[in-house]
Design a protein around this ligand. Sequence first.
Ligand code: ASC
Length: 150
Amino acid sequence: MKLQKLVLASTATVLAISAGVAFAQFQKPEDAIKYRQSVFTVTANSFGKIGAVVKGEAPYNKDEVAKNAAIVAMMSTLPWQAFGPGTEGGKAQPAVWSDNAKFKAAGEKMQLAVVDLNKAAQSGDLESIKKAFGAAGATCKGCHDDFKKK
Ligand code: ASC
């Protein structure tokens, strides 16, 4: 009985601590919204620079594309922590929270696709970059269709 109480109390403490951490990460929902929108802004900027090369609108510079692909890959790990409970709003559709498993799966698909893009970009093979860019762009669009307000 005593042990049970101890376990319950410890669990409550752990829950309280993690809730505190989650709260401390973003003071207000608007802070989470600003954070994730900033991450997507930087992502779209670098992704767009690669897109210009892929579409033949800008010359191919291996180092530039490699740098931007690395930025996209790193950025892709960041926005998810800012879609926590109670941070509804911005350009996010309610489905992010009501169908969270599907949203998470879409985010993971994007992260895998941009890892592929980064590998291609570091290798410097433009044909692989084009293929990986198309696949990555499709994961952006897939998620936007279901989870981003028009
Ligand atoms: C971009 C960008 C997106 C994606 C998406 C792909 O360059 O800003 O959100 O590509 O349009 O369909």
